[in-house]
Ligand binder design. Sequence first.
Ligand code: RVK
Ligand code: MG
Ligand code: MG
Length: 321
Amino acid sequence: MAMSQHGIDFTDRCVGTILGAAFGDALGAPVEGWTPDAIRNEFGEVRDYVEARLGAGCYTDDTQMLLATGRSLVRCHGVDGAVCASSCAELFDPDRGYGRSATAILNALRDGADYRETATMLFPGGSFGNGAAMRIAPVGLLFEPDDISDLRRDVAEAVRATHTHPEAVDGAFLVAVAVAGLSRMADYRSFDPVERLRQYSSLCHDDQMRARVGLAADLLSKKVKVDDAVVQLGNGVRTIDSVPTALYLAFRYIDDPEQAIIESVGAGGDADTIAAMCGAVVGAMHGAEALPQRWHDGLERGEDGYDALREVAVQLSELIT
Ligand code: RVK
Ligand code: MG
Ligand code: MG
């Protein structure tokens, strides 16, 4: 067991980050695009993997890109934008449900395009989708929270091939900051989630992101009902409509990682991605051992499945310890 200077099992936190994302993705995928009401009527709560197009327990583009990003960090001992891009392009399986712009860019990268020129291929201002935030957690693991001066630059470089829009970069940066901080924190009771969200809000460069993360802090401090908070925060594929929601749910249920992920799936809309981002954050805080055994057992196996995700997480922890 690798104990970090903070007296925690940092390896388990890294595995919790990666698997938390994968579990959220695989749990949310079958209800991606559903309304919260439709999910409630069909399942009550989604507590387990259910059958879907790819099969029960199968993950989507979120985890595929996160795994590719993690592997590139291990290969380069840190962020190299070109390698992040080529690693994502290598693993790219269009069947896993990628966004429109992401698909076009990954195909172009496979055909040899320069990763510094692809982000605006489809949308002139770049994509504001949450595809940067959904895959960035491994980068957060590499940073000590009291030394994040280079984190924004590394995040931007890691996602540069697909996302340069300030909203998308803000979202990825906040997920990485949350993972950096919580993966090193001994006890979830040692921080004030409302204060933390306010701090995240102040880190945003994009005005809309700053406002939406501020709203998440307000809703948490006023103890607004979760369903109402999700309506106000959004559940869409746009970064402003999903990253603040995922952070809100992670902090609202920071004492209960299983419920945090279940509630994120229940938010509907971009459920796989909201639950993946929330899963990375609560997994960073609680570690893999704290996540339900049935989710470990049911996740897809195979070359890039459960064991591969664990392996890259352990390798990431070894870059630090
Ligand atoms: C399918 C107009 C824009 C836009 C812009 C819209 C997977 C487009 C994952 C685009 C995640 C979609 C998600 C996704 C991750 C983005 N103007 N519309 N400037 N920017 N959009 O292609 O990796 O589910 O409709 O960049 O960010 O599970 O198709 O992909 O939910 O957002 O996709 O944006 O998406 P992309 P991404
Ligand atoms: Mg997905
Ligand atoms: Mg999604």
